[in-house]
Ligand binder design. Structure first.
Ligand code: ATP
Ligand code: MG
Length: 294
């Protein structure tokens, strides 16, 4: 696929430009960490479906893990796509994040599992989680249940990535309450910006009422097809509306991502030399350079 050449390659002495026309800084390979934790929690959030939240959670997580970061992926979507994408079969799970949310006395360590990716652990979910939205409504401090669940292991990880479901309901509010930052994947298509205002409003409400430290870490353009003028126009409009909240890194559209999902592997191990893997490694380096990840 040629749609993955998401950045203009520069000749010697020339600046590489991102699709918004900005020079791309050099994002250095992060230095190894001498010690781990406390974790920075990043919620992957967009109430629009199919924009690349799960793909970004898995592949950013794997890229950060490759750089020696200890990463926990929290599957916070009853569809369980992140769990499947990291090699678990959700119907065979005894305990999931659902049990942690609903049962006091169950420790997060009893539910989290390692994955085939070194340094990357998973808190899995399955369809059970769909009941939590309703069941949590009557709980005391119902918005901060995830935050409480994660607390015992915060010092063991450098980054926790929460893969949200496509809604702005109570589960997503829990993710935003537990988070330090929000990463917003946006598909490069015409209606991409629809709904972003509502998302930003929700983030602001959570910041005002529940979690003053919460910030928007960045907007990530996904499924970018460099061959179409249209995709470039979308990126230009996002840049116009959000300025440098738009990350330099852009994820190209390629069938390698669904292929990797079918193989239940991150692209960084499924096709380590593919431009899609390079793009998620660059995203990891960009977030570290911005101070959004360890
Ligand atoms: N850059 C890409 N190029 C091509 N296909 C992609 C890309 N990113 C994701 N996809 C595919 O698009 C579909 C939706 O992606 P993904 O599941 O990551 O989105 P999502 O936002 O998590 O969706 P949902 O809202 O349903 O949870 C998947 O089939 C995925 O493999
Ligand atoms: Mg998803």
């Amino acid at each position: 696929m040629s749609g993955t050449s998401e950045q203009v390659t520069a000749g010697p002495g020339e600046q590489r430009l991102d699709p918004a026309g900005r020079p791309v800084p050099d994002f250095p390979v992060p230095a190894p960490l001498a010690a781990h934790g406390p974790a920075r929690v990043i919620a992957m959030c967009n109430q629009k479906g199919g924009v690349g939240k799960t793909t970004t959670t898995i592949n950013l997580g794997a890229a950060l893990a490759e750089y020696g970061r200890r990463v926990l992926v929290v599957d916070f979507d009853p569809q369980g796509a992140a769990s499947v994408g990291l090699g678990t079969s959700p119907h065979e799970l005894d305990t999931t994040i659902y049990n942690l949310l609903m049962e006091r006395g169950l420790d997060v360590r009893e539910v989290l599992r390692s994955t085939a990716v070194e340094n990357l652990d998973l808190l899995p979910a399955n369809i059970d989680l769909s009941a939590a939205e309703v069941q949590l409504v009557g709980e005391v401090a119902r918005e901060s249940v995830l935050s409480r669940v994660l607390r015992p292991v915060m010092d063991e990880y450098d980054v926790v990535l929460v893969d949200c479901q496509p809604s702005l309901g109570l589960l997503t509010v829990n993710a935003l309450t537990a988070a330090h930052g929000v990463l917003i994947p946006l598909e490069c298509e015409f209606f991409a910006l629809r709904g972003v205002a509502l998302l930003v409003e929700t983030i602001e409400k959570v910041r005002d009422r529940l979690n003053p430290r919460l910030q928007v870490d960045g907007i990530l353009a996904t499924m970018f097809d460099s061959r179409t003028l249209h995709a470039r126009e979308v990126v230009a409009r996002v840049h116009e509306a959000f300025g440098d909240t738009l990350l330099h890194t852009v994820i190209g559209r390629t069938v390698k991502f669904p292929d990797a999902t079918v193989a239940a592997e991150p692209i960084t191990s499924y096709a380590p030399n593919h431009p899609g893997a390079a793009a998620y490694r660059q995203l990891a380096r960009e977030l570290v350079a911005r101070g959004d990840a360890a």
